[in-house]
Design a protein around this ligand. Structure first.
Ligand code: AMP
Ligand code: ZN
Length: 302
């Protein structure tokens, strides 16, 4: 049995997560949720003087905005869309018959206008765009969303449904870049408080296919994405628990978000993988939160 499986089994055995039968889809215990809530409070305290507003999104976003994001161009393999039964009585009888005999029952499942949100900041951009030009100071939003990525795995740190807490900056290139640099440092300061070993490194998103390889290299060359890595399952392959992203004016152009001078806004975001950070804490400090180091308990529980 490899180490990943044993960590997942340990989490199940301790009742921290509960198995659903589908890899990457787990019920969370109260304790796991409490650690996440405490972590979020800590993270929010770092950005509190700058944040102009906060939002929490549902796990689905408008399919139109999902299309605009370019997700199907870049990451079709990770995407999930919501379908619903759109048939008549006759079709319904057929569906029940298929279910009865264990056959494919999805013939009359048709696309709805909802996609599962793949990244917590995507639903924000169209909201900003609808408001008209950004104020001179830009926008600085704290947000949280459940996200879906179709990447089933027995690695407990690679879930199909998980939450990202993000801070998003929209404004000039200078504002976006300065934000990203500030949070790169803050991410490490937070991990120090949590007594978790970490490194920060340049990274790329898992773009699909052959063309995707080139996009990944170009993203790296331009240093558009950094990740903060913590050993969660293996020391050899640390897990990205935070990412620090500069999107240039790509999202500004895609959703038509404008600055005061009419030019497209530049955006940046910092994303905290909430489940991954909670798992890192359990991995490094043990399954019993009462016996976590005093400094860590103080950072989280005050
Ligand atoms: P990304 O948008 O890929 O940079 O993701 C932002 C953060 O979300 C990452 O740094 C991870 O901490 C977290 N994350 C990404 N994918 C997953 C996943 N499959 N399961 C759990 N957390 C994830
Ligand atoms: Zn983001």
């Amino acid at each position: 049995m490899d180490k990943q499986v044993s960590f997942l089994d340990q989490l199940f055995d301790q009742g921290i997560l509960h198995d659903s039968g589908v890899d990457g889809l787990y019920a969370r215990s109260d304790l796991f949720e409490e650690v996440i809530t405490r972590f979020e409070a800590l993270a929010k305290s770092f950005g509190k003087d700058e944040t102009s507003e906060a939002m929490v999104f549902p796990p689905g976003m408008p399919i139109k905005d999902f299309e605009t994001s370019g997700y199907m161009k870049n990451f079709p393999h990770l995407a999930g869309t919501v379908h619903a039964f759109c048939g008549n009585d006759h079709d319904h009888a057929g569906l029940l018959q298929c279910l009865e005999v264990g056959e494919d029952w999805s013939e009359n499942q048709k696309p709805t206008d909802v996609a599962l949100t793949p990244a917590a900041c995507y639903p924000l951009y169209p909201i900003l765009a609808r408001r008209g030009a950004l104020p001179a100071e830009g926008a600085y939003v704290a947000l949280q969303s459940y996200c879906f990525r179709h990447e089933p795995s027995r690695d407990p740190a690679r879930m199909q449904m998980f939450r990202q807490r993000e801070f998003v900056r929209a404004g000039s290139a200078d504002q976006a870049i300065a934000f990203r640099e500030t949070w790169k440092q803050r991410g490490q300061d937070i991990m120090k408080l949590l007594e978790l070993p970490c490194t920060v490194d340049v990274a790329n998103d898992p773009f699909f296919g052959r063309a995707g390889k080139m996009m990944g290299s170009s993203q790296r060359e331009q240093e558009l994405k950094f990740e903060l890595l913590v050993p969660v399952n293996s020391a050899a392959n640390p897990t990205a628990c935070m990412s620090f992203n500069y999107h240039m004016d790509n999202f500004g152009k895609a959703w038509d978000i404008r600055q005061q001078d009419g030019s497209h806004a530049h955006t940046a975001c910092v994303g905290f993988g909430l489940e991954r950070i909670a798992l890192a804490l359990f991995r490094h400090h043990g399954m019993d939160v009462e016996s976590w180091p005093a400094g860590v308990r103080k950072a989280l529980w005050g």
